[in-house]
Write a protein that binds this ligand. Structure first.
Ligand SMILES: N[C@@H](CCC(=O)N[C@@H](CS)C(=O)NCC(=O)O)C(=O)O
Length: 268
């Protein structure tokens, strides 16, 4: 590992000490391997919301670091995010949803993000599965075909964009009369889908005005201080840069295209 680790959470370290005293836990020592994408941001948002001390290690897609042998030992799937929990014998976890559940199982004694009540817990896990099996893969394809594919395949763009909007409408209905998806408080259910929905415009969806509950939910979550911190790990948040300066969209898409060099999905 040539790059140095960046310690980003001294505040979390002190916050955590009080939790340790109260619940007799050991202090966590976690490395997060990530890049500035929604799948990585979900995990840094969870870490920040839980107030867990951690170090972030940026994985360079430009150098294809995610496919290097040392990283494949941590995540055989060769993708970010992943974590290593040094406080539990260098235990590795990959797949963002699995990481978020792991963090709560070990480091959420106050049930901040994952309730213990079986019904509420089931509801949170249902939204985790919805995101991991539906929203992430579908919106990911919508973004790929509308922004990064070397040729414009209208059928593929429409198929994945329509499916993403269908998934948004499910979220919008679930949010009717509610501020958060489960149990009237922010949980993993919200943390996992939020970084994807907020970048709807990358998926050829010009606005989410037709989903007013979802739009208000995005605005509400964006204001959470821990969420803002998590979005800027391990690099400054590009989506916010585009939201602030929409004319930067093309420039940033070009930058991403050059990083992936037209890499197709599933390619090694
Ligand atoms: N299901 C995985 C998806 C991870 C994923 O697709 N990560 C992307 C960035 S968002 C990645 O590492 N891409 C690099 C590559 O495909 O080589 C998860 O949720 O952790």
């Amino acid at each position: 590992m040539a790059k140095s680790l960046r310690t980003i959470s001294l505040n979390n370290y002190f916050k955590w000490l009080s939790v340790v005293k109260l619940h007799h836990f050991t202090t966590p020592d976690i490395t997060l391997y990530s890049a500035g994408t929604p799948n990585g941001q979900k995990v840094s948002i969870a870490l920040e919301e839980l107030g867990i001390p951690y170090k972030a290690r940026e994985i360079s897609f430009k150098d294809n670091e995610q496919k290097q042998p040392w990283f494949l030992k941590i995540n055989p799937n060769g993708r970010i995010p992943a974590i290593t929990d040094h406080s539990r014998g260098d235990f590795h976890v990959f797949e963002s949803g699995a990481i978020m559940i792991y963090l709560c199982e070990h480091y959420d004694p106050e049930e901040k993000l994952l309730p213990k009540d079986p019904n509420l817990r089931s509801q949170v896990i249902q939204w985790i599965m919805f995101q991991m099996g539906g929203l992430g893969p579908m919106q990911g394809q919508a973004i790929h075909f509308s922004k990064y594919a070397p040729e414009k395949i209208l059928y593929a763009i429409k198929r994945y964009t329509d499916e993403t909007k269908r998934l948004y409408s499910g979220l919008n209905s679930a949010l009717e009369g509610k501020e958060y998806l489960v149990g009237n408080k922010f949980t993993l259910a919200d943390a996992i889908s939020f970084p994807w929905v907020r970048e709807y415009f990358l998926a050829d969806i010009p606005s989410i005005d037709e989903f007013p509950n979802l739009k208000a939910w995005v605005a509400r979550i964006s204001e959470r201080p821990a969420v803002q911190k998590g979005l800027n790990v391990p690099t400054p948040d590009i989506v916010q840069e585009i939201l602030d300066n929409p004319e930067k969209l093309n420039e940033l898409v070009k930058r991403a295209q050059s990083v992936f060099k037209w890499k197709s999905v599933g390619e090694k």
